[in-house]
Ligand binder design. Structure first.
Ligand code: MN
Length: 204
């Protein structure tokens, strides 16, 4: 049951996050990825890659960087259902991950190496075709957490290509790719904590 852990953490009578009842299969040339900006107790960016009918997921405290010299810590978290990629709104306070969620980027991804052995060996190379994130990337598991698949520490690093840049993408492009809203706008529309959500928007 790949989504059992996802489900046990959530009360679906209270949160509007998807239950993930259907296991969706897609062709390998149209695997989706999503990056969700999530202001929970701490701000982070959830980086999710569709694989094996679920979204493999990592929480990146500082968000992705387009600068190949910058390595961003990415903590492996539980697999999420495919439908989660469309989730933008609020998770009620007091629930697991309570706070505002934005679809910060989305698109498709293409494995550049064998993903099953990459997951085992702790090195995934892939390219992203998103609105903000493009080109070639790598996720590398750190030595200390070798062997463990969940709660393991990985590093997300941009490869040098024409999409590499020193521009700080998370501050330069702060809006939702599906609604153009900022975090405060999402919280306002969904009846969430507006001040807390606004904390992670760029200062005026
Ligand atoms: Mn999260």
């Amino acid at each position: 049951m790949p989504l059992a852990k996802y489900r046990t953490k959530r009360d679906f009578k209270v949160t509007s996050e998807p239950k993930g009842v259907k296991r969706t299969k897609a062709a390998e040339d149209s695997l989706i990825f999503v990056v969700q900006k999530h202001q929970a107790s701490h701000l982070h960016y959830d980086f999710r890659l569709e694989w094996g009918g679920v979204l493999l997921s990592w929480a990146i405290p500082k968000g992705p960087s387009l600068d190949p010299s910058i390595k961003r810590l990415a903590m492996a978290v539980e697999d999420h259902p495919i439908e989660y990629a469309k989730f933008e709104g609020i998770i009620p306070e007091g629930q697991y991950g309570g706070g505002t969620v934005m679809v910060w980027d989305q698109g498709t991804w293409v494995p550049e190496t064998d993903i099953e052995s990459g997951l085992r060996d702790g090195e995934l190379k892939f390219s992203l075709h998103g609105k903000k994130l493009r080109g070639s990337w790598v996720l590398v598991r750190t030595k200390r957490s070798a062997g463990k698949t969940e709660r393991a520490s990985w590093l997300l690093i941009k490869h040098r290509d024409r999409y590499a840049s020193t521009s700080d993408i998370v501050s330069v492009r702060p809006r939702s790719v599906i609604s153009k809203r900022l975090m405060a706008g999402i919280a306002t529309a969904a009846g969430g904590n507006i001040a807390k959500a606004a904390d992670s928007d760029p200062r005026k």
